[in-house]
Design a protein around this ligand. Sequence first.
Ligand SMILES: Nc1ncnc2c1ncn2[C@@H]1O[C@H](COP(=O)(O)OP(=O)(O)OP(=O)(O)O)[C@@H](O)[C@H]1O
Length: 248
Amino acid sequence: MEQTSVLQVEDLSGGYSLGKPVLHNIQFDVQPGEMVGLIGLNGAGKSTTMKHILGLMTPHKGEILVQGRTRDEEAQAYQSSLAFVPESPLLYEELTVREHLEFTARAYGVKPEDYAQRSERLLKLFHMTEKADSLSMHLSKGMKQKVMIMSAFVARPPLYIIDEPFLGLDPLGIRSLLDFMLEMKSEGASILLSSHILSTIENYCDRFVVLHRGAVIAQGTLAEVAEQAKLPGAALEDIFYELVKGGV
Ligand SMILES: Nc1ncnc2c1ncn2[C@@H]1O[C@H](COP(=O)(O)OP(=O)(O)OP(=O)(O)O)[C@@H](O)[C@H]1O
């Protein structure tokens, strides 16, 4: 029997106004236990694609399925199957770090004993135990980003949508995040990750989707996108440059 994709983006066209689509016939999927890197220049359409997946925008054409369901079919099941880490942290200034984690855990129906164990582990892993009871308005930029990341991981949904998470994180934070994503993957979770730090994600993602001017211009494993760029054996950065340089 064929495995159901955790995320399926089917012929998606969309954008901010009907007459001016930003995304053109986007097609890709993410399988259970897979980390897929969504890469593209500034303005290529990565965040817009993510906003459609999150249900914040309505497709002009095509559909998006999470675990085989569209958001219209079952909004609550769709929404609770995914967690999002945005590019810039969005926190409640007057909640503490721990309160943010508790709030997310409740929203996702995490059992109290699982919450206790996961939150302590995440606080330790991201070197945030000392700040657990600080208000978010008193945190540094990188610490705020860590709260967003920990909130997503405390929920443990089947799908993570992670938009450029490394900016603002220190090298220890980047390493903790990468290691934790690998752990979640090994437990069967799926991750769609966008980043410009190609040398970092090159070794972590199973596959890549290359977006350019709102369209997918290449996708596959590193070897497959290298083949599509006619640069077998090359590094992701060189492959990417080769693929986009003609159309900039
Ligand atoms: N709120 C908005 N209203 C109208 N157009 C927008 C809006 N946000 C983005 N766009 C446009 O949509 C296109 C895709 O932008 P998007 O934010 O998806 O790019 P991105 O690949 O995430 O870029 P970056 O790497 O800079 O984050 C761009 O042309 C951008 O100008």
